[in-house]
Design a protein around this ligand. Structure first.
Ligand code: DHB
Ligand code: FE
Length: 282
């Protein structure tokens, strides 16, 4: 299979996201208790039944749904579908108790084990990586204000074409993916480039749903992070840029006002200051 036969982002991104989920997360999925399966499956099915009655769903519409669900699996787009249209509510429920940063969805493109770059450094990138250079400084603290030394910040994001390494072809393996740690005062400095707005793949089943419903496929430009420190809850978040036309209508409903950056022009690109507050683990 050669890359020239494909739009760069789509079909391959879906299949890669499915493979990534199977290799990283499937093994950690514990058996769900029977009582929970019974309760949740019954309530979800009731909501479907209620929708059918309320809108008098026809056999043609039912068969269109069947065909679409079959295609969703064939295209490997279950992770994309769930992360775009469901994960934001899972995240909301999972973090509602937090005093520190609440975060937002992980999405389908996280890969553990990105190269380590210390507390001040550049994310791996190509020579002449396209995009505005961005110098990001910040501090990681606990909810009581204590700086957290040796905290870990995993950063991953799309390039200036809106493509993610390891999911779109032709990009170096760890491009725009790095692991940073905080210094003794909890501080870090990360050099990267501004990502572009991201369009979820349009040539698979998710794209077919978007087209059939007359929606758009865009997420605003964003930086993904996972921030962790011993004795603290893992924070999964995304950071956004003011003025992006999709901040108010993100297809994945994952923008929160507290995740908005405030970049300032600098000599060569932009600087931005943004830190994280982690909740002690219960
Ligand atoms: C999707 C992509 C993202 O970059 C993201 O943050 C969330 C969802 C997706 O294509 O499903
Ligand atoms: Fe993303």
């Amino acid at each position: 299979m050669t890359a020239t036969h494909h739009a760069p982002a789509a079909a391959e991104s879906g299949a890669s996201a499915t493979e990534r989920f199977k290799s990283d997360k499937l093994a950690t999925v514990a058996d769900t208790p029977k009582e929970r399966v019974d309760l949740l499956a019954r309530e979800v099915l009731s909501a479907v039944h209620e929708t059918i009655r309320r809108h008098k769903v026809t056999y043609d519409e039912y068969n269109a749904l069947k065909a679409w669900l079959i295609r969703l699996g064939e295209d490997g787009e279950w992770p994309l579908f769930l992360d775009v249209w469901v994960e934001h509510v899972i995240e909301e429920v999972a973090t509602e108790h937090r005093q520190g940063n609440k975060g937002t969805i992980e999405g389908p493109y996280y890969v553990p084990g990105a190269p380590e770059r210390g507390s001040r450094g550049s994310v791996p990138m190509r020579d002449n990586e396209p995009g505005t250079p961005l110098v990001w400084t910040g501090r990681v603290t606990s909810t009581d204000g204590t700086p957290l030394a040796g905290a870990t910040i995993e950063l991953w994001h799309a390039d200036a074409d809106g493509l993610y390494s390891q999911f779109a072809p032709g990009i170096p393996e760890w491009n725009l993916r790095g692991t940073f740690s905080t210094g003794s005062d909890g501080s870090f400095e990360i050099r990267t480039v501004r990502p572009a707005p991201y369009q979820i793949p349009t040539d698979g089943a998710c794209g077919a749903l978007i087209a059939a419903a007359g929606w758009h496929a865009w997420r605003p430009a964003h930086l993904h992070v996972k921030v962790s420190a011993p004795g603290h809850e893992l924070l999964t978040a995304q950071l956004y840029f003011p003025g992006d036309e999709h901040n108010d209508d993100d297809i994945a409903s994952a923008v929160k006002p507290e995740l908005m950056l405030d970049p300032a022009p600098a000599e060569d690109g932009e600087t931005v200051s943004y830190g994280f507050v982690l909740d002690p683990a219960a």
